[in-house]
Design a protein. Structure first.
Ligand code: CP
Length: 320
């Protein structure tokens, strides 16, 4: 299969086969990351700009490392300390960056739709690194990769996503991807933090009983509680949230034996997840981070026009 997308904007747009193709390509790059020399020449001469209008640790560093592992040149742009503070628009900024002969723009922005907007207005390849409440496709992909690593095939795998679903771009990308790969998704959280459009996503089960979800699911993906929500009247208090929806050792005693515990980070330890669970034997949280580099290598490579995974040998080639 040839990946024909110029941009990666979300998982809602992708077919099951396109998602599987990215994940298969990431598997080849994951092997590259185990070599003594963790670098391939696939994107030599390509320039990738990381344009981050919101805070990030994992996504930003992971994209930067992924680009470097592919031998691309990287540029970093942060809105803080830039001409954004003098009133420059998003489009003007990115057009100026593009004028420096940048080939790919990885964008994180607080506005839902920012990556789509750019993709319609610039020639560079655009990759969404998280836009508002909308999507965080590479987080979704790395979560799928991590689950596939364990289960092989996600058809029928039971996955609980716990927390503030309504405001989570990670939840949205996970839901689109999981449903397309045949997983059975359960959403867990307070009614005030459930999105109105669940039926449209293909998710069939919603509950506010965390214990029941832990007992029946093979994976629990714990979302970060966005503490700014506390001031918006969605939740009575942090303590109350942790008491009812916190994944802690007591609840884990009732969980399925080998339940896989995931979290996209950054974590609020002691709120949505107990430190003993985050660091415990069921946690794959740092594996997610490792897999994220391989997944982002695959995304950069394929969006740029990389060769099909089946043609990738020791030389990872470009057909462009
Ligand atoms: N998971 C995630 O998006 O983390 P960062 O905000 O640190 O990039």
């Amino acid at each position: 299969m040839t990946f024909r997308r110029q941009h990666l904007l979300g998982l809602e747009d992708l077919s099951r086969n396109e998602i599987l193709h990215i994940l298969d390509t990431a598997r080849s790059f994951r092997q590259v990351l185990e070599r003594p020399v963790k670098k391939v020449p696939s994107l030599r001469g390509v320039t990738v700009c990381l344009a981050f209008y919101e805070a990030s640790t994992r996504t930003r560093l992971s994209f930067e490392l992924a680009a470097k592992r592919l031998s691309a040149d990287t540029m970093n742009f942060s809105s803080s300390g830039s001409s954004v503070q003098k009133g420059e628009t998003l489009l003007d900024t990115i057009k100026n960056i593009q004028a420096m002969k940048v080939d790919m723009v990885v964008i994180r922005h607080s506005s839902s739709g920012a990556a789509h907007y750019l993709s319609r207005n610039v020639d560079a390849h655009v990759i969404n690194a998280g836009d508002g409440f909308h999507e965080h496709p590479t987080q979704g992909l790395l979560d799928l990769y991590t689950m596939r690593d364990r289960f092989g095939n996600l058809d029928g795998v039971r996955v609980a996503i716990v927390g503030d679903i309504a405001h989570s771009r990670v939840a949205r990308s996970n839901i689109w991807g999981l449903v397309k790969l045949g997983a059975e998704v359960t959403l867990v959280g307070p009614q005030t933090l459930m999105p109105a459009e669940i039926a449209k996503t293909g998710v069939k089960r919603v509950t506010n009983c965390l214990e029941e979800a832990l007992e029946t699911c093979q994976v629990v993906n714990v979302l970060r509680l966005q503490l700014e929500r506390m001031t918006s009247g969605y939740l009575p208090s942090l303590r109350e949230y942790a008491r009812i929806f916190g994944v802690d050792t007591r609840r884990m005693e009732k969980a399925a034996d080998k339940i896989m515990v995931m979290h996209p980070g950054p974590m609020n330890r002691g709120v949505e997840i107990d430190p003993a669970v985050a660091d415990g034997p069921n946690s794959v949280i740092l594996d997610q981070v490792t897999n994220g580099v391989a997944v982002r290598m695959a995304v950069l490579f394929l969006v740029w026009g990389g060769a099909p995974a089946s043609e990738m040998g020791s030389e990872i080639a470009l057909h462009k």
